[in-house]
Design a protein around this ligand. Structure first.
Ligand SMILES: [Fe+2]
Length: 203
């Protein structure tokens, strides 16, 4: 099976209110592309991966063959994480969620501001590279962070929102100010995509 780099669902400069055009070009066209290319190289000639989604492969990461496990975690995770990241942002994003997702946020965290604060805390607490996530686990919303390109799917949790806190995601505009980048991220969050993921995850 060969994985492909997904096309961005908007122009490189469409998220300027949070992320600059050059960062988007490099992040998608070079970083994400490298994850896809390296994932394909790692599983080349291994028919056991035929027809499997990257999500299904990551969910059984612990049982992958020793010689490719870490390559698949790094590059398959990179592919899955970035695909989610692009889709959960929009030039028309921002605002507040609605419907059952909004209800779940209120019942779990009290209010949206508290969710945002906890996502930010997880982002800032991640030393080095990684992600801050909102996941569905056992039908409930949780916030956690992962290192490098580790996916929550490896731990049986379904990510519905993720903030990439690798420096490649924000350094050109924000330099060392990761907190400012996380604050700006909310201006482009695509709540309807996050809500669809929440519905699909089952809750
Ligand atoms: Fe990234």
């Amino acid at each position: 099976m060969t994985f492909t780099l997904p096309t961005l669902p908007y122009a490189h400069d469409a998220l300027e209110k949070a992320i600059d055009k050059t960062t988007m070009e490099i992040h998608h066209g070079r970083h994400h592309k490298a994850y896809v290319d390296n994932l394909n190289a790692a599983i080349q000639g291994r028919s056991e991966f035929d027809g499997q989604s990257i999500e299904a492969i990551l969910a059984k990461a612990a049982t992958l063959p020793d010689d490719i496990r870490q390559k698949v975690i790094n590059n398959g995770g990179g592919h899955a994480n970035h695909t989610l990241f692009w889709e959960t942002m929009s030039p028309n994003g921002g605002g507040d969620p609605s419907g059952v997702l909004a209800d779940a946020i209120t019942s779990t965290f009290g209010d949206l501001a508290t969710l945002k604060q906890k996502v930010k805390e997880a982002a800032l607490a991640r030393f080095g590279s990684g992600w801050s996530w909102v996941v569905v686990s056992g039908g409930k919303l949780e916030i956690l962070s992962t290192a490098n390109q580790d996916s929550p799917l490896m731990h049986g949790k379904t990510p519905i929102l993720g903030v990439d806190v690798w420096e490649h995601a924000y350094y050109l505009r924000y330099q060392n100010k990761r907190a400012d980048y996380v604050d700006a991220f909310w201006h482009v969050i695509n709540w309807s995509d996050v809500a669809a993921r929440f519905q699909k995850a089952g809750h």
